[in-house]
Design a binder for this molecule. Sequence first.
Ligand code: TMP
Length: 212
Amino acid sequence: MACKRGALIVLEGVDRAGKTTQCTKLVESFREVGRAVHLLRFPDRTTTIGKLISSYLENKSDLEDHTVHLLFSANRWELVPLMKKKLEEGTTLIIDRYAFSGVAFTSAKPDFSIEWCKAPDVGLPKPDLVLYLQLSPAAAAQRGEFGTERYETSSFQQRVQGRFEQLMDENSVNWQVVDASQSIDEVHDNIKRLSLSALTAAEHQPIAELWR
Ligand code: TMP
């Protein structure tokens, strides 16, 4: 590899764990120290596929469960050329949700196995670090009411949390659990420290493939 590549860093966790706030703070702190960094979020609701997903999440349309799972995956694959280009140019990607949300949310529905849910995402660029923002259902409830989108109920979110925990048992992925019940700044400090070390470790490694 001619130049040092960027790192692929993913933030995951149940709703209200603070992923979006922490992604933004991480991007700002990388920029402050002069690192090239780019923020992505999935679903990316701006593409044609993303608009179908967004309408489904807002309960404006219905989609069959397998179909929407495949659309979420397609929404990641359509961004892969951009992701690889950025990483190879040396830009670090911070991503708000990735294939792990895909698997955790669909497999929380009845009759979906983790294995089936993973299949369409096998081979995606593999994250160098997945930060799981851990927050108990009780602490999440204290952060206010859920929104009105599909999946925003505490019983569903508890099942999702259980699926994330199953995914975290696999050691093929570099999971790091962060206690999201701390203050925003404490969580940020932990995330920044873990991210900086992932950045250094990734520099001379080729981009690997997820779940392969
Ligand atoms: P967000 O835009 O607020 O993060 O919400 C996206 C919702 O979509 C959230 O409930 C998680 C869910 N989701 C899936 O079901 N599958 C996926 O692949 C992704 C990325 C998100």
